[in-house]
Ligand binder design. Structure first.
Ligand code: FAD
Ligand code: UDP
Length: 375
């Protein structure tokens, strides 16, 4: 069979582009996926105890883009869910992002009042400040506070998660979880937040349920690329693999997940508890809090960060660090030599720490600004 497009990868970027091309352009698409399932890292499934779990770590959808929310809402209804995270610091569970409630849980009342006043006078209520900025911008007692938060919330978590200290990574990494001068305990403040009502995988199934879309699972694209006829290629896998590592491997960070089911209604107070300073894992996720499932069993997942080794584990996170971006730029030059014959879209193909909503926006944009002008 001949296809108009071959798409490598059945994650957000691959499936959205397949859906747009099939529905809007009426073209034939083959998606080839290395894993035995669609949905990429957002894949969820019912475990042997009937609990809906996220195979590759907790996925909470959040966005300020109405366009992105409306697009996905064609394929799913939502459980409106506001993610809450606690971190264990000095034996207490405090809200993260570190906020005014965290301040009062950590420090004696009078001292917390003093720090709160100084924070609001210096930065204003409702302001979010990345920890590395807070450390630079403050002196006296606020500097003490910044150093405290840095040491107790960020330093050890980041070192575990990435193998680097916060200041050795691009500032955008720790800026994802800024100090928040507020009493809002939610992890995200986006307008739209939720979890697909029947799960992410069901949402993806609906998205690519189209007579023009064919899917081949358990297959690396290289196994079939010589045998399949197609006009254009959309690639959402690792960019260094595509170019046979000619400029060396791009470093990724991997994770090992350990799942455990218990005969308990709930294991912990909220969906996610972070352990910055204890254990080898970074966080424990309890899925029922996110999915709204009820019952007397619960499943949790521990996340153990580890180095990515090709062929051994999965490349979950590009590592945002100057020297890695330099390598990526060399691959970008190779991409430009292809003169738009291949589209590179996604967290692995663009070596970018994209959230789900960002990758939805990016895939829609590639379709609207590039694909339809280059049929
Ligand atoms: P992917 O989902 O990685 O899809 C790429 C697909 O290509 C994969 O299925 C892969 O198997 C396939 N592939 C690769 N190479 C080949 C090949 N050679 N041949 C065939 N197929 C191939 N985002 C949020 O917004 N909120 C969250 O709460 C959140 N939590 C996260 C937690 C974790 C632990 C991780 C790792 C990510 C999280 N994300 C979250 C980010 C989210 O997973 C990504 O933004 C999104 O999945 C990116 O989609 P993608 O299509 O770029 O990549
Ligand atoms: N982070 C931290 N302590 C925390 C939470 C986050 O140091 O309690 C830092 C850490 O470097 C982490 C980054 O902030 O990798 C981004 O956190 P986020 O929760 O966004 O990570 P993700 O869900 O993408 O793994």
């Amino acid at each position: 069979m001949k296809f108009d497009y071959l798409i490598v990868g059945a994650g957000f970027s691959g499936c959205i582009l397949a859906e747009r091309i099939a529905t809007n352009l009426g073209k034939k698409v083959l998606i080839v996926e290395r894993r035995n399932h669609i949905a990429g890292n957002a894949y969820d499934y019912y475990d042997e105890n009937g609990i809906l779990v996220h195979k590759y770590g907790p996925h909470i959808f959040h966005t300020n883009s109405k366009k992105v929310w409306d697009y996905l809402s064609r394929f799913t209804e939502w459980n409106i869910y506001y993610h809450k995270v606690l971190a264990v610091v000095d034996g207490k569970k405090i809200p993260v992002p570190f906020n005014l409630n965290s301040l009062y849980l950590i420090f004696p009342q009078k001292y917390a009042e003093k720090l709160e006043k100084q924070l609001i006078e210096t930065f204003g209520y409702g302001v979010k400040i990345p920890i590395l900025k807070l450390k630079e911008a403050t002196s006296g007692e606020l500097k003490f506070l910044a150093d405290f938060i840095y040491e107790k919330v960020f330093l050890n978590y980041t070192t575990k998660q990435w193998g680097y200290k916060p200041e050795e990574l691009d500032g955008s990494v720790t800026a994802r979880v800024p100090v928040y001068i507020s009493r809002d305990d939610r992890y995200f403040q986006d307008i739209y937040q939720g979890i697909p009502k029947l799960g992410y995988t069901k949402m993806f199934e609906k998205m690519i349920n189209h007579p023009n879309i064919h899917i081949l699972l358990n297959t690396d694209y290289r196994e079939i690329i010589e045998d399949v006829k197609f006009n254009k290629l959309i690639y959402t896998g690792p960019v260094d693999y595509f170019f046979d590592y000619i400029y060396g491997e791009l470093p990724y960070r991997s994770l090992r997940f350990e799942f455990k089911t218990m005969k308990l209604e709930y294991f912990q107070e909220v969906a996610q508890i972070n352990y910055p300073n204890d254990y080898d894992f970074t966080r424990i996720t309890e899925f029922k809090h996110m999915t709204g499932q009820k019952g007397d069993l619960t499943t949790i997942a521990y996340e153990f960060p580890e180095s990515y080794i090709i062929g051994k584990n999965e490349p979950y996170y590009p590592i945002p660090k100057e020297e890695n971006l330099e390598i990526y730029k060399k691959y970008l030059k190779e991409i430009s030599k292809l003169n738009g014959i291949v589209y590179f879209v996604g967290r692995l193909a663009e070596y970018r720490y994209y959230n789900m909503d960002q990758i939805v926006a990016r895939a829609l944009n590639v379709f609207e600004k590039e694909v339809i002008y280059n049929i």
